[in-house]
Design a protein around this ligand. Structure first.
Ligand code: NDP
Length: 413
């Protein structure tokens, strides 16, 4: 057991890990090489950086503007698929809009008579709003802040006091939490001392929705050996399964989130918050379904995606992590709403690429080609050996670890 780990410097922590034979000297050197003085200050018990590859989607057009998209992902096929989807989108029109952009905070209470309490909140709403805004006044000065308070009946005498907060260009989690806690303190001090249980934002951001729509001619999905109209119809059919079967829907949404999470992460935003909100929203009507919809209407393939995307362009780690700032330069977005629109479009492009692959050659053809690089690295190929090993592996009927090891040995001999 390591005592008082948090009181040590990161170098001392590594030395402890070596002393206790949890890692060896080489591991410690590797961790030490990744050291960042900024990151050491960001989290508790820091020992080094765990890097995820950062790549670029060179062009995707949203609302008539071309964007360069940084994507952080360890999955080999994600950026290739996003680029493929973006290319297909270039045949048609892509419109994205933020439907709304407010965060929800909750003060959760028990032993409450709903109707009576609702009247109390209506009567005291202005006071409670003023209290919330006083807890973080700069947000209101920017034109945002706490805008509205309502009560939801959760049953069994439990209620949620829902705060609607405009966090402007920030995600707003800390701002909302500060406001919710200030209101909880007031309620505790004014007659509800035993009933107020907790105060925190909700990650089910149904008031920060983005909608993206694409309309494509059938030749956008062209693939040698297939009829364009047939591919379009099969894409719609494949998507239909995700509106019927949650097993399929989960996988389709994972594909959408492959693109979304990668941009969210590269932009310095909280991808756990986005993922939690997205999957909860996918089951908002009581059944888990796909976040996207694809239909053939006349001679067009029409796609849409609606998703909660409470991302920010300030706050959190965005202003702290140097690469998040570099990525922001690449993205060139000027508002949080614009960032959300771009991210949603990448998600839908990712979705189209996956569906088209699934209904034509299958996902493995392209996927495994890219996975071969990972396989080569996993069996110990040096970066200079990867290309040749991938070429050799591609010719093999069985492309597994055993084959890769055998081929690498042959190459080295
Ligand atoms: P911050 O606490 O960093 O707040 C954002 C800050 O940005 C504001 O307080 C504001 O400072 C400043 N700011 C400068 N310009 C603007 C502008 N134009 N619009 C808005 N704000 C501006 O971050 P958030 O409140 O956004 O919270 C996000 C962080 O919270 C993330 O790191 C997330 O991981 C974390 N978090 C997430 C939770 C969840 O999802 N459940 C829970 C708790 C935390 P000022 O007003 O002082 O001038």
């Amino acid at each position: 057991m390591i005592m008082k780990f948090h009181q040590l410097t990161s170098h001392e922590r590594l030395a402890q890990l070596v002393d206790k034979h949890l890692i060896d000297e080489n591991d410690a050197t590797l961790l030490n090489t990744s050291y960042s003085s900024i990151h050491e200050k960001m989290i508790e018990n820091y020992i080094g950086n765990y890097a995820i590859p950062l790549g670029l989607l060179p062009k995707i057009t949203v609302n008539g503007t071309d964007y360069v998209i940084p994507m952080a992902t360890e999955e080999p096929s994600v950026i290739a698929a996003a680029a493929n989807g973006a290319r297909m989108f270039s045949y048609g029109t892509v419109t994205a809009q933020a439907i709304n952009r407010e965060m929800i905070g909750q003060v959760l209470m028990h032993d409450i008579e709903f109707v009576e309490f609702e009247q109390y909140v209506i009567k005291h709403e202005s006071l409670l709003i003023a209290l919330g805004n006083a807890a973080h006044p700069s947000m209101q000065k920017r034109g945002g802040g706490l805008k509205k308070i309502t009560v939801r009946n959760l049953g069994d005498k439990m209620v949620s006091l829902d705060l609607l907060v405009d966090a402007q260009e920030a995600m707003g989690a800390n701002t909302v939490n500060t406001m919710a806690e200030a209101i909880a303190v007031y309620l505790r001090d004014n007659g509800f001392s035993q009933q107020v249980d907790l105060a925190i934002l909700s990650n089910l951001a149904t008031q920060a929705l983005v909608e993206v729509r694409v309309s494509l001619p059938f030749n956008a999905v062209e693939k040698v050996g297939f009829r364009n109209v047939e591919i379009a119809q099969k894409i719609a059919q494949a998507n239909l399964y995700s509106h019927i079967d949650p097993y399929r829907a989960t996988t389709e949404n994972k594909g959408i989130m492959n693109g979304i999470d990668a941009v969210v992460m590269a932009s310095g935003n909280d991808w756990r918050a986005i993922a939690a909100g997205a999957h909860a929203y996918a089951s908002y009507d009581g059944k888990y379904t796909s976040l996207s919809k694809w239909q053939v209407i006349d001679d067009r393939l029409e796609g849409s995606l609606t998703i909660p995307l409470p991302v920010g362009i300030v706050g959190g780690s965005i202003g702290i992590v140097p690469l998040a700032k570099v990525n922001q330069k690449l993205l060139k977005v000027t508002t949080a709403k614009e960032l959300a629109c771009v991210i949603a479009t990448v998600g839908l492009a990712q979705n189209l690429a996956a569906l088209r692959a699934l209904v034509t050659n299958g996902i493995q053809a392209g996927h495994m080609q890219l996975q071969l690089k990972s396989l080569a690295l996993a069996v110990g190929a040096k970066p200079t050996e990867v290309t040749e090993l991938v070429q050799r592996l591609a010719k093999m009927p069985l492309r597994n670890t055993e084959t890769a090891l055998k081929l690498l040995k042959e190459m080295r001999n």
